[in-house]
Design a protein around this ligand. Sequence first.
Ligand code: XBP
Ligand code: MG
Length: 256
Amino acid sequence: MFEALIFDVDGTLADTERDGHRLAFNRAFQSFGLDWEWDVGLYGELLQVTGGKERMRHYVQRHRPDLASSDLDALIPALHRQKTQHYTEHLAQGGIPMRPGVRRLLQEARAAGVRLAIATTTTPDNVSVLLRSSLDPSAEAWFEVIGAGDVVAAKKPAPDIYLWVLERLGLPAHRCLALEDSENGLRASRRAGIPTVVTISDYTRDQDFSGAVAVLTDLGDPGEPMTQLAGPDLGREYVDLALLRRWHEAAGAGPA
Ligand code: XBP
Ligand code: MG
């Protein structure tokens, strides 16, 4: 039986990448008079690198090698601050909704006394505004631990952010279940030893999810069934705590 659910944010709680982060990066590039433009296809490739600052540096090295790396040390943090401002303004206007079933599952978990946490590579401000604007004004307080951004040096697929969260929860990995949407995220949670359920997103549907307890299109809702892509199929329409517990036990992470 797990005691805590640990949620990724981007792609898992909400579809934030294509019409959120990507547009905010492009607006920041414009504000700085740069001719960089990340279209939907290019952004899919750049998502292999987690973290916005790291992603911009990767882009320059790969696509704009003419820029000296010494210039980037000042430019990238400034661009990233501007990008975060654009992104949080968009979110504050309710710009991006929660994915199907997320609110329902969080409410069920809260009512059942399951502890909640977040493990993400994105900037802490982005998490706060998303939770407040798209979930509930008090939703930040629903999560006992929020691990985000630069609190660890190595971002996903390194396990560091999950290990940071586990330490603060005071729980061993097998007493938790992680929810992720990407291969990088799954590799991070699995390296930390946490059984993980994946809900794919547009950018991640063709990635390798071996090692996941189950892979689904989304969490589903009553009357709006999810489709299960991998893992023990228990014939359920949507994900609730009972289903997560059965998958957790099937993964060999149940009571010793
Ligand atoms: C999400 C990310 C984030 C965002 C950008 O990965 O990679 O970097 O794209 O956020 P995951 P910042 O869902 O695996 O945590 O610009 O704030 O870094
Ligand atoms: Mg993600």
